[in-house]
Design a protein around this ligand. Structure first.
Ligand code: HEM
Length: 112
């Protein structure tokens, strides 16, 4: 039989996450409820962006390394701002996938 895990619902579980529907990336920093969260599913599963078990993403190591490297460089090199009058809206909008009602239109300013 097919068992379908509702991965998005894991991230909305109030027993696991403080204010799950709020965009709080700082929750993954020291002291936050997501500090050191195991994304491989070897200790427990609170989120599984790369799947889990035998068919877990084969690129998890390279993906985590390069995403951190990429984001760190983008933040170090540029100041990120919303375009005035075109602010982000995190509400969900259904398209083929679920997307943000108004995604970020970023204005990037090169840091001095
Ligand atoms: C943020 C980036 C990425 C995310 C979120 C992601 C996520 C996933 C997910 C959810 C699966 C399915 C796991 C399952 O079937 O249970 C998967 C499979 C896979 N991913 Fe990724 N992935 C990412 C980047 C990469 C990269 C950079 C590579 C290669 C360099 C890669 C290679 C693979 C391969 C080969 C599989 C198939 C594994 C198998 O079926 O045995 N992924 N990935």
């Amino acid at each position: 039989t097919t068992v379908n895990f509702m991965v998005a619902e894991m991230g909305r579980d109030e027993k696991e996450w403080e204010k799950p529907m709020e965009f709080m990336p700082e929750r993954f920093l020291a002291g936050g409820d997501g500090e050191g969260v195991d994304v491989t599913g070897s200790k427990g599963i609170r989120m599984m962006p790369f799947g889990a078990g035998r068919r877990i993403c084969a690129g998890i190591g390279v993906a985590m390394l390069h995403l951190e490297y990429f984001v760190a460089n983008m933040v170090r090199e540029f100041e990120w701002k919303e375009v005035a009058g075109d602010e982000v809206d995190f509400a969900e909008r259904r398209e083929f996938t679920t997307v943000m009602a108004k995604p970020l239109r970023a204005q990037l300013i090169k840091r001095a």
